[in-house]
Write a protein that binds this ligand. Structure first.
Ligand SMILES: Nc1nc2c(ncn2[C@@H]2O[C@H](COP(=O)(O)OP(=O)(O)O)[C@@H](O)[C@H]2O)c(=O)[nH]1
Ligand SMILES: [Mg+2]
Length: 369
């Protein structure tokens, strides 16, 4: 397989965005580090553009181009909003998302020179998958670039049929939420080969057998327990779901399987262009239309309120004029997302919680009223 693409004549292809998602400890960050070093080792090397979106990580095993920790200090966020760790991470991600346009600009600028953009997400899976910010980030990148989800699974911890199934159901829910090409990455194959998983995914009966051979599946009268019959019927649902995904086994420790992972990514690119992109555009068009309707309706309501108000209180409008000269022209330079790979990185830490000019004491984050 050579690296040259058939579309070279049409100029550079768009980079593929790989979003890594997975339970805490599944090995997302280690995986990102591994695929990063793999891409560097190619001939010619193809360094990816990496975004770290985990504000709470203390050590990142790779050099991110954009690091959420440069923009938001999640511990400071915890203090100022009186939040626990999860709330702090979520709020940090929300704050970062308010700067997403800058992030996308930076990625867009590099789109000509990189083949892959990689996102490492917060340790706790739900912070990214079930938050508004996660959805906004995912939607934004997926509408600009071919995007795939790499769902990282802790293979040694998923050998019990019930655990395996709950993990697959979680993956399933993310697939239906993101509607993006999906690659199941069975990680840590150096500890536990993933062939059992492949067998269970391909052979429905093998999985049911594994399920039934586990203890606690029948009650004292030999009837299948509620849990067991529930799992049996859910595994039928999953059978359908498996048809929509690719599975690869990798070891982020040794690098085994990484090549196969990238083959799956390339296949997903085609899938994205053929299936997901048209669907995405359709969805967006209909969303724009309904958004437009909402806007028009609220505008009409607003104009009506205004005219009632004018009638009741004809002089109020005069007093309420906006006088630009009253505004101080303190142009807030705003917080900037830094691209470490572009700017000379002087090592400064940008703490957005204290960045407003002349207002170093009080907190000025938006707060829910
Ligand atoms: N044996 C083995 N351990 C791994 C592998 N990938 C990750 N780990 C370990 O799993 C733990 C969690 O990894 P990390 O990347 O921080 O997980 P994250 O929370 O999903 O980002 C670390 O101790 C890693 O060293 C692998 O392929 N094999
Ligand atoms: Mg991590």
């Amino acid at each position: 397989m050579d690296g040259s693409s058939s579309t070279l004549t049409e100029g550079k292809r768009k980079p593929v965005v790989i979003i890594t998602i997975g339970m805490a400890g599944a090995g997302k960050s280690t995986f990102v580090q591994r695929i990063n070093s793999y891409l560097h080792s190619l001939d010619p090397p193809s360094p990816p553009y990496i975004l770290n979106l985990d504000p709470a990580v203390t050590h990142v095993p790779f050099d991110p181009n954009i690091d959420i920790r440069d923009t938001v200090n999640y511990k400071e966020v915890m203090k100022q909003y009186n939040l626990g760790p999860n709330g702090g991470i979520l709020t940090a991600l929300n704050l970062f998302t308010t700067k997403l346009d800058q992030v996308l600009d930076l990625v867009e600028k590099r789109a000509e020179t990189v083949d892959y953009v990689i996102l490492d997400t917060p340790g706790q899976i739900e912070i990214f998958t079930w938050s508004a910010s996660g959805a906004i980030i995912t939607d934004a990148v997926a509408s600009s670039f071919p995007t795939v989800v790499a769902y990282i699974i802790d293979t040694p911890r998923t050998t019990a049929p019930a655990t395996f199934m709950s993990n697959m159901l979680y993956a399933c829910s993310i697939l239906y939420k993101t509607k993006l090409p999906f690659i199941l990455v069975f990680n840590k194959t150096d500890v536990q080969p993933h062939d059992f998983a492949v067998e269970w995914m391909q052979d429905f009966e093998a999985f049911q057998m594994a399920l039934n051979s586990h203890s606690g599946t029948t009650d004292s009268e030999g009837e299948p327990t509620y849990m067991n019959s529930l799992m049996n019927s859910m595994s039928l649902v999953l059978d359908e779901f498996y048809k929509h995904l690719k599975a690869v086994g990798v070891s982020s420790m040794t690098g085994a399987g990484v090549k196969e992972f990238f083959e799956a990514v390339e296949a997903s690119r085609t899938e994205y262009e053929k299936e997901y992109l048209p669907e995405l555009q359709r969805a967006r068009a209909s969303r724009d239309k309904s958004l437009q309707a909402v806007k028009e309706e609220s505008m009409t309501r607003f104009m009506k309120d205004l005219s009632i108000d004018r009638e009741r209180n004809p002089n109020a409008a005069l007093r309420d004029r906006w006088r630009p000269e009253d505004e101080d022209d303190d142009e807030d330079p705003d917080v900037n997302i830094v691209d470490r790979s572009e700017e000379p990185w002087p090592g400064q830490y940008i703490d957005v919680t204290r960045s407003r000019k002349g207002d170093s004491e009080s907190v000025n984050w938006p707060r829910p009223s």
